[in-house]
Ligand binder design. Structure first.
Ligand SMILES: [Fe+2]
Ligand SMILES: [Fe+2]
Length: 319
């Protein structure tokens, strides 16, 4: 036991990866499952706010881009559920925990998308914040998670670009289109800053996750980085970020910004956001509508594994 523990500590200390068959402390495994599951749920629930606009996209080109983006998010969910399964978690159980509200997803997806500009602002700010969060996770200590994150980050950067390009097109359009973009920025800016989680002073798990190299930077460090990269982009775009206290601080070499309303984050995480109930209801309906796919896949796998079958894995498939 002491040997195993020492091997684990050495792996972490020397920046090597922990792999599924390696021994790991129970707390590490539980933290990884919770984080990966929450991330997977966020990808899947995150399809909804923009997915609602697929049938209302203004042109064929915009529809093709949006379809590709929303499908990418489904793919991210699939890689991540698979990564969680390498830790012994069961995807059907994780889905059940999401539907019962026992596992969380990112609070940002509980806000509504009111206009097509929201699609652009989600790409620019929400996927932009996700990139800040996720690029360091490519060096996370758990191998399957870190490797999944590499591909996810490449796709996230397409998401961010498509959002920015859409907003640039709208900003070059009519006064009504520019107002639509500004309105969406006003609504999404603060929730995007909340995506990085509570401030370091009230984030009890951060120290442990940093020690295990699951996390590489604190919430406040990542939030600051996001503000610093986003401010110049807002300027080029010609939009105003809704924070009168936002200004460059030459001494710190960073932008200062106004206080975040943490009571709002608490309320939204606790189920009181504008769309929490709808998001789970839509997810539940999709899960129930998809029951026949899971049954068919399971029956097919059993047939292949049966006598005379061509030697399929026989594993149950939870679609
Ligand atoms: Fe994603
Ligand atoms: Fe994305």
């Amino acid at each position: 036991m002491a040997d195993l523990e020492e091997h684990f500590e050495r792996t972490i200390a020397s920046d090597r990866r922990v792999e599924p068959r390696d021994w790991m402390p129970d707390g590490y495994r539980a933290t990884m499952v919770r984080q990966i599951a929450q991330h997977a749920h966020s990808e899947i629930i995150g399809m909804q706010p923009e997915g609602e606009w697929i049938t209302r996209a203004p042109t064929l080109r915009r529809k093709a881009i949006l379809l590709a983006k929303v499908q990418d998010e489904a793919g991210h969910g699939l890689y991540l559920y698979s990564a969680a399964e390498t830790l012994g978690a069961d995807r059907a159980e994780l889905t059940e925990m999401l539907l019962q509200g026992r596992q969380k997803y990112s609070s940002i997806f509980n806000y509504p998308t009111r206009t097509y500009a929201d699609v652009g602002v989600i790409g620019w700010l929400v996927d932009g914040a996700a990139i800040c969060n996720q690029v360091p996770l490519c060096r996370s200590s758990y191998g399957p998670y870190a490797r999944a994150m590499i591909r996810i980050c490449k796709e996230e950067s397409f998401h961010q670009r498509q959002g920015y390009e859409l907003l640039a097109a709208m900003m070059a359009g009519t006064a009504a289109q520019r107002a639509m973009v500004q309105g969406a920025v006003d609504r999404w800016w603060w929730p995007a800053l909340m995506m990085f989680g509570p401030p370091d002073t009230s984030s009890p798990n951060t120290a442990r996750s940093m020690a295990w190299k699951i996390k590489r930077h604190t919430n406040d460090e990542l939030r600051q980085r996001f503000v610093d990269v986003t401010v110049p982009q807002a300027r080029v775009l010609g939009v105003t970020l809704p924070d009168p206290e936002l200004r460059w601080n030459a001494e710190r070499g960073h932008h200062d910004f106004g206080p975040i309303d943490w009571s709002e984050l608490k309320r939204v995480i606790g189920g009181g956001g504008p769309c929490n109930e709808r998001r789970i209801a839509v997810r539940r309906a999709a899960h129930e509508d998809g029951a026949w796919v899971r049954e068919a896949a399971t029956a097919h796998a059993a047939k292949r594994a049966g006598p005379g079958g061509s030697g399929g894995s026989g594993r149950e498939v939870a679609a």
